[in-house]
Ligand binder design. Structure first.
Ligand code: URA
Length: 195
Protein backbone atom coordinates (compact mmCIF):
# COMPACT_ATOMS: atom_id res chain seq x y z
CA UNK A 1 0.00 0.00 0.00
CA UNK A 2 1.16 3.55 -0.67
CA UNK A 3 1.63 5.43 2.58
CA UNK A 4 2.40 9.10 2.99
CA UNK A 5 5.93 9.47 4.30
CA UNK A 6 6.45 10.63 7.86
CA UNK A 7 2.75 10.83 8.52
CA UNK A 8 0.57 10.45 11.55
CA UNK A 9 -1.80 7.55 12.10
CA UNK A 10 -4.72 9.75 10.98
CA UNK A 11 -3.04 10.56 7.68
CA UNK A 12 -2.30 6.88 7.17
CA UNK A 13 -5.94 6.04 7.86
CA UNK A 14 -7.04 8.59 5.23
CA UNK A 15 -4.48 7.13 2.79
CA UNK A 16 -5.87 3.65 3.42
CA UNK A 17 -9.38 4.87 2.58
CA UNK A 18 -8.11 6.51 -0.61
CA UNK A 19 -6.40 3.24 -1.49
CA UNK A 20 -9.78 1.48 -1.38
CA UNK A 21 -11.73 4.37 -2.96
CA UNK A 22 -14.13 3.69 -5.83
CA UNK A 23 -16.05 6.97 -5.58
CA UNK A 24 -15.36 7.99 -9.19
CA UNK A 25 -14.33 6.36 -12.45
CA UNK A 26 -10.64 7.27 -12.03
CA UNK A 27 -10.02 4.24 -9.83
CA UNK A 28 -10.34 2.04 -12.93
CA UNK A 29 -7.25 3.44 -14.65
CA UNK A 30 -4.90 3.96 -11.75
CA UNK A 31 -1.78 1.97 -10.97
CA UNK A 32 -1.53 3.57 -7.55
CA UNK A 33 -3.41 6.15 -5.57
CA UNK A 34 -1.43 9.27 -4.70
CA UNK A 35 -2.72 10.45 -1.31
CA UNK A 36 0.08 12.92 -0.60
CA UNK A 37 3.35 13.00 1.30
CA UNK A 38 4.88 14.91 4.16
CA UNK A 39 4.79 15.32 7.90
CA UNK A 40 1.53 15.82 9.79
CA UNK A 41 3.19 18.77 11.55
CA UNK A 42 3.88 20.66 8.31
CA UNK A 43 3.20 24.41 8.42
CA UNK A 44 2.79 24.54 4.66
CA UNK A 45 0.54 22.36 2.53
CA UNK A 46 0.93 22.46 -1.26
CA UNK A 47 -1.98 21.35 -3.44
CA UNK A 48 -1.44 20.48 -7.10
CA UNK A 49 -4.02 19.32 -9.61
CA UNK A 50 -3.71 15.57 -9.91
CA UNK A 51 -1.11 12.83 -10.38
CA UNK A 52 0.59 12.38 -13.74
CA UNK A 53 2.06 9.17 -15.16
CA UNK A 54 5.16 9.16 -12.96
CA UNK A 55 3.20 9.96 -9.82
CA UNK A 56 0.74 7.18 -10.70
CA UNK A 57 3.65 4.74 -11.00
CA UNK A 58 5.36 5.87 -7.80
CA UNK A 59 2.27 6.53 -5.67
CA UNK A 60 3.90 9.83 -4.68
CA UNK A 61 3.06 13.42 -5.63
CA UNK A 62 5.21 15.64 -7.82
CA UNK A 63 7.97 13.20 -8.74
CA UNK A 64 8.05 14.06 -12.47
CA UNK A 65 9.24 17.22 -14.24
CA UNK A 66 6.88 19.53 -12.37
CA UNK A 67 8.13 17.91 -9.19
CA UNK A 68 11.74 18.63 -10.07
CA UNK A 69 10.86 22.27 -10.57
CA UNK A 70 8.88 22.29 -7.33
CA UNK A 71 11.95 20.89 -5.52
CA UNK A 72 14.10 23.64 -7.04
CA UNK A 73 11.61 26.33 -6.08
CA UNK A 74 11.51 24.97 -2.53
CA UNK A 75 15.28 24.85 -2.37
CA UNK A 76 15.39 28.47 -3.56
CA UNK A 77 13.54 29.51 -0.40
CA UNK A 78 15.54 27.25 1.90
CA UNK A 79 12.95 24.49 2.17
CA UNK A 80 12.94 20.79 1.36
CA UNK A 81 9.90 18.71 0.45
CA UNK A 82 10.41 16.65 3.62
CA UNK A 83 9.19 19.54 5.77
CA UNK A 84 6.06 20.41 3.78
CA UNK A 85 2.99 18.36 2.93
CA UNK A 86 2.32 17.91 -0.79
CA UNK A 87 -0.93 16.61 -2.18
CA UNK A 88 -3.37 17.10 -5.05
CA UNK A 89 -7.01 18.00 -5.63
CA UNK A 90 -7.62 14.49 -6.92
CA UNK A 91 -5.70 11.45 -5.75
CA UNK A 92 -5.88 9.28 -8.90
CA UNK A 93 -4.44 9.99 -12.33
CA UNK A 94 -6.89 11.32 -14.90
CA UNK A 95 -6.51 9.78 -18.38
CA UNK A 96 -4.10 11.72 -20.58
CA UNK A 97 -3.39 14.05 -17.66
CA UNK A 98 -6.54 16.05 -18.41
CA UNK A 99 -7.89 18.49 -15.86
CA UNK A 100 -10.14 16.87 -13.23
CA UNK A 101 -13.88 16.81 -13.92
CA UNK A 102 -16.27 18.44 -11.45
CA UNK A 103 -17.64 15.10 -10.25
CA UNK A 104 -14.11 13.78 -9.63
CA UNK A 105 -13.17 16.87 -7.63
CA UNK A 106 -16.38 16.53 -5.64
CA UNK A 107 -15.79 12.83 -4.98
CA UNK A 108 -12.25 13.49 -3.72
CA UNK A 109 -12.86 16.71 -1.78
CA UNK A 110 -13.55 14.97 1.53
CA UNK A 111 -10.07 13.45 1.58
CA UNK A 112 -8.40 16.84 1.15
CA UNK A 113 -10.64 18.39 3.79
CA UNK A 114 -9.68 15.66 6.22
CA UNK A 115 -5.98 16.02 5.43
CA UNK A 116 -6.33 19.75 6.12
CA UNK A 117 -8.12 19.05 9.40
CA UNK A 118 -5.32 16.73 10.56
CA UNK A 119 -2.39 18.88 9.43
CA UNK A 120 -3.92 22.29 10.18
CA UNK A 121 -1.26 24.13 8.16
CA UNK A 122 -0.65 27.83 8.63
CA UNK A 123 -0.34 28.24 4.88
CA UNK A 124 -2.04 26.46 1.98
CA UNK A 125 -0.30 27.04 -1.35
CA UNK A 126 -2.49 26.18 -4.31
CA UNK A 127 -0.63 25.26 -7.49
CA UNK A 128 -2.70 25.99 -10.57
CA UNK A 129 -6.34 26.71 -11.28
CA UNK A 130 -7.96 23.46 -10.08
CA UNK A 131 -6.57 23.84 -6.57
CA UNK A 132 -7.13 27.60 -6.50
CA UNK A 133 -10.81 27.17 -7.32
CA UNK A 134 -11.32 25.12 -4.16
CA UNK A 135 -10.36 28.11 -2.01
CA UNK A 136 -10.93 31.26 -4.06
CA UNK A 137 -14.35 31.83 -5.57
CA UNK A 138 -13.44 34.74 -7.80
CA UNK A 139 -10.58 35.91 -9.95
CA UNK A 140 -8.30 34.59 -12.62
CA UNK A 141 -4.98 33.09 -11.66
CA UNK A 142 -3.20 35.66 -13.85
CA UNK A 143 -4.69 38.40 -11.67
CA UNK A 144 -4.49 36.96 -8.17
CA UNK A 145 -1.36 34.77 -8.15
CA UNK A 146 1.01 35.60 -5.32
CA UNK A 147 -1.62 37.44 -3.28
CA UNK A 148 -2.29 35.78 0.08
CA UNK A 149 -5.79 35.47 1.49
CA UNK A 150 -6.09 35.38 5.25
CA UNK A 151 -8.65 33.06 6.79
CA UNK A 152 -9.38 31.78 10.23
CA UNK A 153 -6.01 30.46 11.45
CA UNK A 154 -4.87 29.68 7.90
CA UNK A 155 -3.81 31.70 4.87
CA UNK A 156 -4.09 30.64 1.25
CA UNK A 157 -1.58 31.63 -1.41
CA UNK A 158 -2.67 30.97 -5.01
CA UNK A 159 0.29 30.32 -7.32
CA UNK A 160 0.74 29.18 -10.89
CA UNK A 161 1.28 25.45 -11.33
CA UNK A 162 4.99 24.65 -11.90
CA UNK A 163 3.97 22.96 -15.17
CA UNK A 164 2.81 26.37 -16.44
CA UNK A 165 6.35 27.65 -15.97
CA UNK A 166 7.68 24.62 -17.85
CA UNK A 167 5.39 25.29 -20.81
CA UNK A 168 5.64 29.08 -20.75
CA UNK A 169 9.19 30.17 -20.02
CA UNK A 170 8.04 33.76 -19.53
CA UNK A 171 6.27 32.59 -16.35
CA UNK A 172 9.41 31.19 -14.72
CA UNK A 173 10.49 34.46 -13.10
CA UNK A 174 6.88 35.13 -12.02
CA UNK A 175 6.67 31.73 -10.32
CA UNK A 176 10.03 32.26 -8.61
CA UNK A 177 9.04 35.71 -7.40
CA UNK A 178 5.78 34.32 -6.01
CA UNK A 179 7.66 31.54 -4.23
CA UNK A 180 10.07 34.09 -2.78
CA UNK A 181 7.15 35.58 -0.84
CA UNK A 182 6.58 32.36 1.10
CA UNK A 183 9.28 32.72 3.84
CA UNK A 184 8.13 36.20 4.87
CA UNK A 185 4.49 35.20 4.76
CA UNK A 186 5.21 32.11 6.84
CA UNK A 187 7.15 34.15 9.41
CA UNK A 188 4.18 36.52 9.65
CA UNK A 189 1.73 33.63 10.07
CA UNK A 190 3.90 32.01 12.75
CA UNK A 191 4.08 35.32 14.56
CA UNK A 192 0.27 35.71 14.42
CA UNK A 193 -0.22 32.12 15.60
CA UNK A 194 2.02 32.66 18.62
CA UNK A 195 0.30 35.85 19.87
N1 URA B 1 1.13 17.75 -11.34
C1 URA B 1 0.29 17.81 -10.29
O1 URA B 1 -0.60 18.65 -10.25
N2 URA B 1 0.45 16.95 -9.31
C2 URA B 1 1.40 16.04 -9.29
O2 URA B 1 1.49 15.29 -8.33
C3 URA B 1 2.28 16.00 -10.39
C4 URA B 1 2.12 16.86 -11.40
Amino acid sequence: MTTPTGSSAELQAIAAEIEACRRCELHKGRLNVVPGAGPAEADILFIGEGPGAQEDEAGLPFVGRSGQLLDELLQGIGLHRDVVFITNVIKCRPPGNRAPHVDEVRACRGYLNRQLAVIRPLLVVTLGRSAMELFVSRGRISEIHGQPRYGDGMATLPLYHPAAALYRRSLQSVVREDFDRIPELLAELRQRAST
